[in-house]
Write a protein that binds this ligand. Structure first.
Ligand SMILES: NC(=O)c1ccc[n+]([C@@H]2O[C@H](COP(=O)([O-])OP(=O)(O)OC[C@H]3O[C@@H](n4cnc5c(N)ncnc54)[C@H](O)[C@@H]3O)[C@@H](O)[C@H]2O)c1
Length: 421
C-alpha cells in the first residue's frame, strides 16, 4: 500500500520503519524540519533499538520519503496514519490541538475525484468520543465532494513500549480496530496481515478507551506492587520472594479472574483481609494509598449499582433479587454486597423478594447466622421459590449471581449485575 504517516515521533517512526520493512511505500510527514531532514538521510531522530537500521534500508530501497507538508502526497495514497502527540493539557485532559490541525490538513488535501476512499487511521491516544465529535465534523466540514465516498475513519490504538518498539510492533499483545459500524475493514486487514495477534473490530469508543484502560491498569499494578513491597520491607519480609510467589499464581492472581465489571466484592475474606492489610501498612508507616482506597471504591460501586437498579422506579415497586449470598453455590452471607443491596432496597420502600436456592434460613449457623440476623432480620419473609416467581409479575428483576437462566421470569425490566453490559 501507499501510506502517509503524520507525526514522526516514537509511534510514527516505528510504524514507518516496520511498514517499509514489510514492503509498503511510506511518505513521512512532520512539522519538524530537523526530523524530516534526518530521516531522509537514513538517520533516526530518536533512540530506539533497531530503528535506524530499518529507516536506512527503507531510504536506500526508495520506499521512504519524508516531507513537512503532506498535501501533495495524499493523491495517490491508500491510507494516512496519524501519530501526532496528544500531551497533557493544564487540566489533565489530552491536548487535542495537534489532532485537530492534522485532521484539517488531511481533509483539505483529499481531492474530490478520488476513485477509492482514503483510509484515515488514528493511532494517537485520544479520549472516547473524539473520532465522532471532533475528527468526523472536521472532515465533513472540510472535504469537498461526497464525504461518504472520499474517506473512511478508523481508530487503531498502538500498544508498543519504547525501547522494545520494533519487537512490539511485529508482536503486539492484541490488535484493536474501531470503525463506524464495528465491522471489519479490508485495508486494515491488509495492514495487519503479517501480525500474529487476536484482532478485535469494534466501534470507535470502545477502541478509543482501550489505551486508557490498559495504561491505568498498568499504573494500578505498579502502585499495588510498590505498596506491597513497602509493607514487606518494613516488616523485614523479602519483597522479591513475595513477588515470585504472587506471579506464579496464574489461576487467581495473574488471570482474568476478579476482573469482570459486575458486582462489588464481599464475602468473609476480601473485605476483612483488606482492612487488616490497611492496618498493618499504617502501623509500619508504608502509606498504602491504593490499598486504603479499596473499601471506599467498593462502597461507591455498591451505591452506583443501587442507583442503576432503582433509577425511575417509584417507591413501592416490586423488585426481585436473584442471589443473596456473596457468590453463587454458597450460603455465606457475611459481608455479602447483595445483603447491602437488599437493605438499601427495603429502606427505600421497595417491595423486595429474594430468590437464592442455596439459602435455608434455618440452616444458617455461627457468624453467618449472626450477620444475617443483624443485617437482614426479615430474610425468611423475603425468600421466594422458583414456582412463586414463575407465577408473579415483577417491576424489576436484578440478577446478582447469574441465576436467571434457570428461571421463568415475567418483568418490566431485567438488570444483570453479575456482568455489567
Ligand atoms: N510513545 C509511546 O510509547 C506511545 C505508545 C502508544 C501510544 N502513544 C500515543 O501515540 C501518540 C504519539 O506519541 P509519540 O510518543 O510518538 O509522540 P511524539 O511527541 O514523540 O511525536 C509526535 C510527532 O508529531 C509531530 N506533529 C505534531 N503536529 C503535526 C502535524 N500537524 N503534522 C505532522 N506532524 C506533526 C511532532 O512534530 C512530533 O514529531 C500520542 O497520542 C501517544 O499518547 C505513544
Amino acid at each position: 500500500m501507499k501510506i502517509a504517516i503524520y507525526g514522526l515521533g516514537y509511534v510514527g517512526l516505528t510504524a514507518t520503519a516496520c511498514l517499509t520493512a514489510e514492503g509498503h511505500s511510506v511518505v513521512g510527514v512532520d512539522v519538524s524540519e530537523k526530523k524530516v531532514r534526518e530521516t531522509n538521510a537514513g538517520l533516526s531522530p530518536i533512540k530506539e533499538p533497531g530503528l535506524e537500521e530499518l529507516l536506512k534500508k527503507a531510504v536506500d530501497a526508495g520506499l521512504l520519503r519524508c516531507v513537512t507538508d503532506g498535501s501533495d502526497h495524499l493523491r495517490d495514497s491508500d491510507m494516512a496514519i496519524v501519530c501526532v502527540g496528544t500531551p497533557s493539557g493544564p487540566d489533565g485532559s489530552h491536548n487535542m490541538s495537534y489532532i485537530a490541525e492534522v485532521s484539517r490538513q488531511i481533509a483539505a488535501s483529499i481531492e474530490s475525484g478520488r476513485k477509492q476512499p482514503l483510509t484515515v487511521v488514528y493511532r494517537s491516544t485520544i479520549r472516547p468520543g473524539t473520532t465522532e465529535e471532533l475528527i468526523r465534523p472536521i472532515f465533513e466540514s472540510t472535504v469537498r465532494g461526497d464525504a461518504g465516498k472520499l474517506f473512511e475513519l478508523v481508530y487503531n490504538p498502538e500498544f508498543l513500549r519504547e525501547s522494545t518498539a520494533i519487537e512490539d510492533y511485529f508482536h503486539p499483545p492484541k490488535i484493536v480496530v474501531g470503525t463506524h459500524d464495528g465491522l471489519p475493514n479490508a485495508r486494515m486487514d491488509e495492514l495487519h496481515k503479517n501480525l500474529d495477534a487476536k484482532v478485535f473490530y469494534t466501534q470507535y469508543r470502545e477502541a478509543e478507551i482501550t489505551k486508557f484502560v490498559d495504561n491505568s491498569f498498568h499504573a494500578v499494578k505498579v502502585a499495588f506492587a510498590n505498596e506491597i513491597g513497602r509493607v514487606c520491607m518494613q516488616l523485614g519480609i523479602s519483597a522479591r520472594k513475595v513477588h515470585e510467589i504472587f506471579i506464579s499464581d496464574r489461576k487467581l492472581n495473574i488471570s482474568p479472574y476478579y476482573l469482570r465489571p459486575g458486582g462489588a466484592f464481599g464475602g468473609s475474606c476480601l473485605p476483612k483481609d483488606v482492612r487488616a492489610l490497611q492496618f498493618i501498612a499504617a502501623d509500619v508507616g508504608a502509606h498504602s494509598r491504593l490499598i486504603d482506597s479499596l473499601l471506599r471504591s467498593n462502597d461507591a460501586h455498591k451505591h452506583f449499582l443501587f442507583e442503576h437498579v432503582t433509577t425511575g422506579l417509584a417507591p413501592g415497586a416490586s423488585v426481585l433479587m436473584l442471589g443473596l449470598a456473596f457468590k453463587n453455590d454458597s450460603d455465606d452471607l457475611r459481608e455479602s454486597p447483595k445483603v447491602d443491596m437488599a437493605r438499601k432496597l427495603l429502606s427505600a420502600g421497595f417491595a423486595l423478594s429474594v430468590y437464592d436456592p442455596h439459602l435455608e434460613p434455618d440452616h444458617l449457623v455461627g457468624q453467618n447466622l449472626g450477620y444475617t440476623f443483624l443485617h437482614l432480620p426479615t430474610l425468611p419473609k423475603l425468600l421466594v421459590s422458583a414456582e412463586k416467581i414463575a407465577a408473579t409479575h415483577y417491576d424489576v428483576v436484578v440478577d446478582m449471581n447469574g441465576m436467571a437462566g434457570a428461571l421463568t421470569l415475567d418483568c418490566d425490566r431485567f438488570v444483570d449485575l453479575n456482568c455489567l453490559q
